[in-house]
Design a protein around this ligand. Structure first.
Ligand SMILES: C/C(=C\CNc1ncnc2c1ncn2[C@@H]1O[C@H](COP(=O)(O)O)[C@@H](O)[C@H]1O)CO
Length: 246
């Protein structure tokens, strides 16, 4: 059968070849660059899903090769003359000397102290910042900083890239981070995740309540509260993590 000659012009669009009436009057790049159109879609959930994906991609990319790390939490309001500021700095320095990177929320107070300890020790000082209504900016001691729009994306990073948590006295933000880790450990979503509460005077009352009232009322299983290790001793914090790794 004779081959039908067909030299009509064609348009290649990625893997697709178009001819005749299927040919577009402009290129994909022209449509991308020349037009604006309505902008409402920027404020819709499908677009947010892409932004959320982008945050995960950026976070995973920045932290994938971090090596062993500990996340330190504590009040954004801890002042440099508060003994807990120095404690946070010391804990970070000592963990850094054992080869751990230090991850914090990148803010002021106990976070700044921990980043300072890690940076001064020559280790990896990570800050996972969060967009807040009153912009604070990252503390000056963060050497590797990632800023997040979404709390839940940021919280994934704290858990995914750390071997455990050290929690210094703090407010709602600190409690949120502590109880997220406890819930993940209790439900088996993370295995072997040491959580140290530093400062027995601050945490003792909460731990007593968790045992006497929450566990006493059957709302947790006996033994759940033992996931929390309370101490006032920096050496003990360090040996708790080092022993876990052995
Ligand atoms: C409110 C103040 C500063 C807020 N800046 C913060 N920057 C980064 N991360 C923060 C900030 N505030 C809270 N966080 C996170 O929660 C934890 C501390 O919260 P708390 O309520 O102070 O305990 C901390 O670990 C961060 O991850 C200045 O006054």
């Amino acid at each position: 059968m004779a081959q039908r000659m067909n030299n009509r012009p064609s348009h290649q669009q990625g893997p697709i070849r178009l001819k005749g009436r299927q040919m577009p009057s402009s290129t994909t790049d022209q449509r991308l660059l020349d037009s604006r159109g309505p902008t409402d879609w920027v404020h819709t959930d499908p677009w947010r899903v892409l932004r959320i994906q982008a945050e995960f991609v950026e976070g995973f990319g920045a932290l994938a090769e971090l090596g062993p790390a500990v996340s330190l939490f504590g009040s954004a309001r801890t002042q440099p003359d508060d003994p807990m500021y120095e404690a946070s700095r010391q804990i970070a320095t000592r963990l850094c000397a054992e080869g751990y990177a230090i991850i914090t929320g990148g803010g002021p107070g106990a976070m700044e102290a921990a980043n300072r300890g890690a940076s001064e020790c020559g280790g990896v000082s990570v800050g996972l910042g969060i967009e807040l209504p009153h912009e604070q900016g990252m503390n000056d001691w963060v050497d590797l900083g990632v800023n997040f729009r979404y709390f839940f994306v940021r919280k994934t990073m704290f858990v995914k890239y750390a071997q455990g948590f050290v929690v210094l006295p703090g407010g709602f933000g600190t409690m949120d981070e502590l109880f997220e880790a406890l819930t993940l450990a209790q439900t088996g979503k993370v295995t072997s995740f040491p959580i140290v509460l530093f400062g027995s005077a601050y945490w003792g009352g909460l731990v007593d309540w968790l045992r006497a009232t929450m566990e006493g009322d059957g709302k947790t299983t006996p033994g759940d509260v033992d996931m929390l290790h309370v101490t006032d001793d920096v050496d003990e914090v360090v040996s708790y993590f080092v022993a876990e790794d052995d």
